[in-house]
Structure formats: C-alpha cells, structure tokens
Design a protein around this ligand. Structure first.
Ligand SMILES: *[C@@H]1O[C@H](CO)[C@@H](O)[C@H](O)[C@H]1NC(C)=O
Ligand SMILES: *[C@@H]1O[C@H](CO)[C@@H](O)[C@H](O)[C@H]1NC(C)=O
Ligand SMILES: *[C@@H]1O[C@H](CO)[C@@H](O)[C@H](O)[C@H]1NC(C)=O
Ligand SMILES: *[C@@H]1O[C@H](CO)[C@@H](O)[C@H](O)[C@H]1NC(C)=O
Ligand SMILES: *[C@@H]1O[C@H](CO)[C@@H](O)[C@H](O)[C@H]1NC(C)=O
Ligand SMILES: *[C@@H]1O[C@H](CO)[C@@H](O)[C@H](O)[C@H]1NC(C)=O
Ligand SMILES: *[C@@H]1O[C@H](CO)[C@@H](O)[C@H](O)[C@H]1NC(C)=O
Ligand SMILES: *[C@@H]1O[C@H](CO)[C@@H](O)[C@H](O)[C@H]1NC(C)=O
Ligand SMILES: *[C@@H]1O[C@H](CO)[C@@H](O)[C@H](O)[C@H]1NC(C)=O
Ligand SMILES: *[C@@H]1O[C@H](CO)[C@@H](O)[C@H](O)[C@H]1NC(C)=O
Length: 613
C-alpha cells in the first residue's frame, strides 16, 4: 500500500526525498548554483503518478565510497531506460525530457523514481542500522547517491536499494567504514588503480582484488575513463568494447554515456559492489593533458570553441565534473574558487591519505605536445604550480597536521610521477623529462620536499598513476641531501608509481616483453634513485600497511584482451617505518619483470609475452 501513501505526501516530505539524493546538489558546497533546483524538479515531476516498478532497471549495480568512521556514500542508478539523460543542462534551469518514442524533447510531467534503501551489518538485512527513502529523476541521469549515517567505525556493512512498494531490488553491496582517527589499527589493505581504458581491454585488475578479497579499500588515482573518440585507438572493435558515444566527448550527455559504458565492465562493477572507493580524477576524466585553462585538444580560444565540440573549456569541465559527481560514490567537498575534489581521509592512527588534484583545479600550463620545449624552458619557474596556492597550502598543512597527530604514515594519492626521471631514451635528448609530471613543476616539488625537511616529516609515501607503467623510487633531493643509492641513505620518502588497468604501455601498445625489459634497463641505469621500472604489464598494486612497515605488492595482468583472473606477482617492496627509503635489498633482490637496481630478474613460467603469442 506504499504507492497509495505517496499520494498524500506533503511538499516538505517530497522535497526532502529529492534533497537526500546528494546528486541534486552542486558538486561544490560553496557554489550551490551548480546544483539542480529541487523546487523546479518538484514542480516538473509528479510524485502522485508513479512508475511501474517492472519498468525500472538497476542498470549499473551499486557502489560506495568516501568512507568516514560513522558514514559512507552509497550509490546506484535506477532508470526506465538504459540510455543516459540527453538534456545536457548543468544548472538549475528548466530541464527538458527526452521522449524515446518520438525522439524529441517534451515538456512532460514525469514521476520521480522512488527508492528505499537499507544498511545492515548482515547481508540478509535482519536489522537495518540505517534506512531511508529517496527520489531520483532524469535531471540527474537517474543516479542516486545517499549518505548512510549512524554507522560504527571500521565495520563491514551491506546495503541495498529497492523500488518503493515493490521487490525490484538492486544487488547487495558491501562496504566498510574507516576506523576513528584515534583508533589503534594495523594491517590495512589498499588496492591502488589508475588508467582504465575500456577499448584497450578488460578490467581484470579491478576484479582480481575482489576475487582475492585482499584489501579493505580501493584508491583510484584517475583516468577512470578516457574522453577519446574510438577511431583507430584501442582494440575496441575486435573486443566488442566500443566506448560510447563513439566520438570525443564534450557534452554532459557525452560524459554520462561514457561513464555508463565503462561501468558495464563486470570486474569494475564487482569492485564497486564489494569495496568502498576513494577516487580522484586525472586529466582524462575531462580531456587529454588538461590544466587550469585548457587541454591538448582545446586552447580556450574562440577558434577552438568553434572547432572543438562547441563548448568552452569551462563548460566542458563543468559537464565532466557534473557527470563524475553523479556517477562516482564521492562526497560533495568544500570549495572556494575551483572545482575542488582534493580531500583527505584518516584511517585510524595508522594512515592519513591525502588525495590531491594536480590536474583540473589550478594547474599552470602543461605540455600540450606543440609546446614541449617551451614547458621545458619554464619548468623551473617558481610561480608554476600543479595545485594552485590554495591547494598547495592545504597539502603542506595536511602533512604537518598528520605528523602532528602522530599518524604513522602519510600516503599522498597524486596523479603524476613525483620523482625526477631522465627519459632521454624514450623522449629524446632535447626534452628528456616528462614535463606533464612534477618534472615540469620543479619549484612545486622543491616546496614539497622543503616542507618535509623543515618540519622533519617522516613516513611519507607518494602514490602515482598516469604513466601506464611501474616506477618505484626513493624520493631524493640530491643537492640538499646527499643520497646513496646503495643504502638509500639521504632519501626523504618513497614513491610507488603504478601501471594502468588497461591503457597501453607508454612505449607502444604492441611492445614485446624483451624490448620493454630492455628499455627499463636504460631507465634504471640512468636514474640513480629509480629502483625498479616495469613497462610491459598492465595491472595494479596493493599496499598492506602496518605500524612497522608498508608492503607494496605489484601485480601484472598477462593479457587484457581476454577476461581472466590470471595475474603475476611482479615485485614486492618493503618500507620500514622511520626509514624513509625502500628497505634493502630492494624487492628482496629479485623481481619477475622489469629492471631492479642491484637485483635480478627471474622470469618464471608465468612471465611470458602472452600478448604476442
Ligand atoms: C536491465 O538491464 C540489464 C543489464 O543491462 C538488461 O540485461 C535487462 O534486459 C534490463 N531489463 C529491462 C527490463 O530493461
Ligand atoms: C546533448 O548532447 C548530445 C550529444 O552531444 C546531443 O546529441 C543532444 O542533442 C544534446 N541535447 C541538447 C538538448 O542539446
Ligand atoms: C592550439 O594552439 C597551438 C599554438 O598556436 C596550435 O599549434 C594548436 O594546433 C592549437 N590547438 C587547437 C586544438 O586548436
Ligand atoms: C630545487 O632544489 C634544488 C636543490 O636545492 C635546486 O638545485 C633547484 O634549483 C631548485 N629548483 C627550483 C625550481 O626551485
Ligand atoms: C639525461 O640522460 C642522458 C643520458 O645519460 C644524458 O646525456 C643527459 O645529460 C641527461 N639529461 C639531464 C638533463 O640530466
Ligand atoms: C625528527 O623526527 C624523528 C622521528 O620521526 C626524531 O627521531 C628526530 O629526533 C627528529 N629530529 C628533529 C631535528 O626534530
Ligand atoms: C598493435 O596490434 C594490433 C593488433 O594486434 C593492431 O591492430 C594495431 O594496429 C597495432 N598497433 C600499432 C601501433 O602498431
Ligand atoms: C636494447 O637496447 C639497445 C640500446 O640500449 C638497443 O641497441 C637494442 O637493439 C635493444 N634490443 C631490443 C631487443 O630491443
Ligand atoms: C611477493 O610476495 C608474495 C607473498 O606475499 C609471494 O607469494 C610472491 O611470490 C612474491 N613475489 C615476488 C616477485 O617476489
Ligand atoms: C606453467 O604454466 C602453465 C599455465 O600457464 C601450467 O599449465 C604449467 O603446469 C606450468 N608449468 C610449471 C612447470 O609450473
């Protein structure tokens, strides 16, 4: 009799049911104008008419993320159609509805979709610790995002959404709150991912942590989607993985459709269903090599406005961010002057995880391919920042406060490689560094290292994605602090750069294992602080964090062109608390692929050039 009672809901209850769906809000707390006007949604949608529950489909499973000790974000999408909303409207104006039969926009009054949700410590939902009712509509692409509250710290929960008055339910999701900041915890597992390109292969890497049930939380460092047109890039046609819409994406609809397409990969769905995620974007969630004012394909000039998708840089970024906010299980964040996603998480006394946005928020101009030499020339300018002064100061304050509260480890979830890397063999002698990474922003790196030194901050570990390859380094600041690559003495921190879930190797999508290993020999040989480099394998890494040490385990996926749970243990590293360097012998002296400084590569049966057999 539930649907009958909906007829008599007061306006207040109705708008509360919209309002508790966080996706109507602005992605930014301090810019409410970027939200969807609930007043207008209430007027346009008629809660006394309702959907036939059988017409509605949970199209993309469930997800959870941004865990806190007593609350967590829960996500689903329930829709009368598989397609995404095509209105492209990001602000509070009138939102037209798309009529799929007549293929035109109509000014119809529609029913909101009503969902009940419940959260419990057992997956049969004997008793719910939190529950609620929430609406969604086409305005937000039928996505649903609620904050589950009143939870216990460091506890596993199950959750489920059900169409009101029916038994049409979502899959059951599992999630986990974080410990309280003061809780004395050890042995926290994190799976670290980046760079999942749908047409380049199956997301086996996401599924493997689920199959092993090996971690507590998933951290994603960005390039969760790619904005490219399919064209000849990728193996999408041969794999049946076409990233829709089949063009470079610009509009709100485009970004929604792209996210929706990626979120059909079964291993990605499984990861979202089983783990709480802490994601942040890199460039491709908006465009290639984005910075504050543009990207490699968009110069923010009148010409490029006409030529490139008909949107300004800012509008494109807004479209991308709104779709990301709708589709990812993240919280709204405070923001004063940009699209702020940078935020931090305390995981007991053990970890502070600082998630940076070195890309969209306030990055100074980057390498856009046609200006590489110019960026090389200005790469040491003091005014250049990856983060803008606001985020930079926040970052340094986070590091200090974390050390001040005696958290054992500071993990910096950042997009791009922090350590300086001379890649002359790959990039040529003229401009031998990757100026789209921290190497293009040397002063910003110096300020970070100077902060660590000046405040005697220990146990900092930088995490990076973006490159589609694995790079493990002692973080050094040579002229300030003499470094000994044999012992690691003089290092200030450690960096773990991880390879891609499926994006191709930076040295060519069809590189052979032998040629890749050969190139890593050069890179490790010419960069004294680079301890391990691996260029062939797609994959991910896990961090197992205790009070005494961090163990990093790197996994390679033998073949992303088939859906498979096979993986290879490529290398293991230890960082002991207080040492600020990789423990010697690095990786125990043996890895299965790539080049290890001062160590051996022992290829096993598992390590074969499977992509080329
Ligand atoms: C619901 O979505 C699934 C997955 O896309 C699809 O297989 C199924 O046919 C859909 N059901 C309806 C009623 O649309
Ligand atoms: C929204 O964008 C899509 C794809 O670019 C386009 O097909 C559609 O017509 C746009 N809708 C409106 C209302 O402009
Ligand atoms: C951006 O400007 C540069 C320099 O004028 C030019 O080489 C490049 O082609 C432009 N890119 C686009 C997409 O218009
Ligand atoms: C960074 O620090 C190093 C070591 O002190 C110094 O040689 C270099 O000039 C500095 N670069 C910038 C851009 O501040
Ligand atoms: C990079 O490495 C090459 C090869 O060792 C060397 O010739 C070059 O001087 C290096 N460049 C810089 C800027 O260190
Ligand atoms: C720096 O911190 C370490 C512990 O992390 C401590 O042992 C050492 O005394 C500190 N040094 C200074 C100069 O404060
Ligand atoms: C890599 O190999 C695939 C098929 O094996 C082929 O379609 C593609 O063109 C190759 N790419 C390059 C850059 O050679
Ligand atoms: C290995 O690299 C060297 C240059 O360092 C090159 O001469 C050689 O051809 C490479 N071999 C393979 C198999 O790529
Ligand atoms: C890494 O450690 C695991 C045990 O945790 C072990 O099974 C695996 O063989 C190790 N891998 C390498 C490359 O040493
Ligand atoms: C080598 O691996 C294959 C599967 O990849 C397996 O069938 C075979 O038994 C392995 N051989 C050894 C000696 O482990």
């Amino acid at each position: 009799m539930r649907s009958l009672s909906i007829l008599f809901l007061s306006f207040g209850v109705v708008s509360a049911r919209y309002a508790s769906n966080l996706n109507y809000r602005s992605p930014s707390e301090n810019h409410p104008g970027l939200g969807v006007s609930i007043h207008k949604v209430v007027k346009r949608n008629n809660p006394s008419s309702s959907w036939d529950p059988a017409q509605l489909n949970f199209t993309h499973g469930v997800a959870s993320g941004d865990p806190y000790p007593t609350s967590i974000i829960l996500w689903t999408r329930v829709a009368p159609a598989a397609d995404n909303d095509q209105s492209n409207v990001t602000v509070s104006g009138y939102v037209p509805l798309w009529n799929h039969e007549t293929e035109e926009y109509i000014q119809a009054s529609a029913a909101p979709v009503c969902l009940d949700y419940k959260v419990s410590t057992d997956d049969s939902f004997g008793s719910a610790v939190d529950q609620g009712t929430v609406y969604t509509t086409s305005d937000i692409d039928y996505t649903v995002k609620v904050e589950a509250k009143n939870l216990e710290p460091y506890t596993t929960y199950y959750y489920q959404f059900t169409v009101c008055g029916s038994d049409n339910s979502s899959p059951v999701g599992r999630t986990k709150t974080t410990p309280r900041p003061d809780d004395d915890v050890s042995n926290i597992g994190l799976a670290i991912y980046s760079c999942s390109n749908y047409p380049f292969g199956f997301f086996n890497a996401y599924g493997n942590a689920v199959r092993k049930d090996s971690v507590d939380y998933v951290v994603h460092l960005g390039d969760y989607i790619y904005e490219y047109e399919e064209g000849g890039y990728g193996w999408g046609y041969s794999l049946g993985r076409i990233s829709l819409p089949n063009k470079e994406i610009f509009s709100l609809y485009d970004y929604r459709k792209r996210l929706a397409t990626y979120r059909t990969d079964l291993d990605l769905l499984a990861s979202h269903q089983m783990f709480a995620w802490i994601p942040v974007w890199d460039d491709h969630e908006v465009g290639d090599n984005t910075y504050r004012d543009g990207s490699s394909h968009v110069n923010n000039t009148e010409e490029s406005f006409v030529y490139d998708g008909g949107v300004s840089v800012d509008q494109r970024k807004m479209n991308a961010v709104r779709a990301y906010f709708e589709w990812m299980p993240i919280r709204q964040v405070d923001m004063d002057d940009g699209l702020r996603i940078w935020r931090s998480f305390s995981i007991g006394k053990l970890i502070d995880l600082i998630m940076l946005d070195t890309r969209q928020y306030d990055r100074s101009i980057t390498d856009l391919y046609w200006n590489t030499h110019y960026i090389n020339e200005i790469s040491n300018e003091a005014s250049r920042s990856l983060m803008g002064s606001r985020q930079e100061h926040w970052f340094y304050r986070q590091l200090s406060e974390s050390a001040g509260r005696d958290a054992t480890w500071r993990l910096v979830g950042n997009q791009i490689i922090f350590s300086s890397l001379n890649l002359s063999l790959l990039l040529g002698p003229e401009d031998p560094f990757n100026y789209d990474a921290w190497d293009g922003y040397a002063a910003n790196r110096n300020r970070t290292l100077s902060h660590l030194l000046k405040h005697n901050i220990s146990n900092t570990v930088f995490l990076a994605g973006d490159t589609h390859a694995s790079w493990v380094s002692d973080v050094v600041w040579n002229s300030e602090h003499r470094y000994n690559p044999i012992t690691g003495a003089g290092a200030l921190a450690v960096e773990f750069g991880g390879t891609a879930v499926s994006s191709p190797a930076p040295v060519g999508q069809n590189i052979t294992l032998a040629a890749a290993n050969n190139m890593t020999e050069w890179a490790v040989g010419h960069n004294e602080h680079l301890m391990w480099n691996e260029l062939y394998y797609r994959g991910y890494f896990e961090l197992h964090v205790s009070k005494e040490a961090i163990e990093a385990r790197y996994f390679g996926i033998p073949n992303t062109r088939v859906k498979s749970g096979l993986e290879i243990s490529l290398a293991n590293f230890t960082v002991k608390a207080g040492e600020n360097r990789l423990s010697r012998p690095v990786a125990g002296g043996v890895v299965e692929a790539g080049t290890l400084k001062g160590g051996r590569r022992v290829e096993t049966n598992a390590t074969r050039d499977t992509e080329h057999e």
